[in-house]
Design a protein around this ligand. Structure first.
Ligand code: MLT
Length: 257
């Protein structure tokens, strides 16, 4: 396995760290509203996973959720934090479950957005191979065109979608392919749910076409003592699409006694 690397990040605010982990094939900029809205309660640190955004990776290969989680732990070392609140969306959620398994002492609380605990089905794994072939043969634009259709809920402003498109198109094709293979091979996190002993909040978009609401509710119910928020009209990018509702819940969760 490759060596863990310190990730590039953007930060705002002061106090205990909230580390934010983006989804596929995005970067830290998806957390723009949380960087602004949560800085009053946390030092918000939005990381770029390796190969994404400003975390350059000259030879992307052999990615895994273990490696991504170790990168987050190495980044906490770099900024001198023993532990952090961890917020993660979708693929970032797979990283967060893995961080909990590998480095539980680094996780003060977990906020899981628009994600799932189950591994890929056989059909899902085949879909990863098809997506990788699409990127290899036609480039990122073909993949991003396909993703944009399912990531955002109806009514999402065009400029919000355009910002997401730009960040996804900036992800190198080899990085997207390495992500897809890492997601395809990820571990089942369902058995992990019951082991989570830190406070947890699960946020789901009621209109998420990628992570159905019923599955999200069932997964959240598997985490002892967790809270669940479903956001009306929110899609797969609920923190981006519905920042006010999401941030209100996040501030309440983070300010809990
Ligand atoms: C993501 O948004 O990170 C992806 O939809 C996750 C996935 O494809 O499993």
């Amino acid at each position: 396995m490759a060596e863990p690397m310190v990730l590039a990040y953007e930060e705002r605010g002061s106090g205990p760290v909230l580390v934010c982990i983006h989804g596929f094939p995005l970067d830290r900029t998806m957390w723009i509203n949380q960087l602004a809205g949560l800085a009053k309660v946390r030092r918000v640190v939005a990381v770029d996973l390796r190969g994404h955004g400003l975390s350059e990776d000259p030879a992307p290969a052999g990615y895994s959720m273990d490696l991504f989680a170790d990168d987050v732990a190495a980044t906490l070392d770099e900024i001198g934090e023993d532990s952090a609140d961890v917020m993660a969306l979708s693929m970032g959620g797979y990283v967060a479950f893995t961080l909990w398994r590998r480095h539980p002492q680094r996780v003060r609380s977990l906020i899981l957005c628009c994600t799932k605990a189950e591994p890929d089905t056989d059909e899902g794994k085949k879909g990863r191979d098809d997506s990788a072939a699409l990127v290899r043969e036609q480039g990122m634009e073909a993949l991003v065109d396909r993703l944009v259709k399912v990531m955002y809920a109806e009514g999402t402003p065009a400029d919000v979608i355009e910002a997401g498109r730009r960040s996804m198109l900036a992800t190198p094709p080899e990085v997207a392919i390495a992500d897809l293979m890492a997601m395809k091979d990820r571990e089942d996190s369902v058995p992990t749910l019951g082991t989570i002993t830190v406070p947890a909040l699960w946020i789901a978009g009621e209109a998420d076409k990628i992570m159905p609401l019923d599955g999200a509710k069932a997964a959240a119910a598997g985490i002892p003592g967790s809270s669940f928020l479903s956001v009306a009209g929110g899609g797969h990018m609920t923190p981006v699409e519905k920042p006010a509702e999401t941030n209100e819940a996040l501030v309440n969760f983070l300010k809990r006694p």
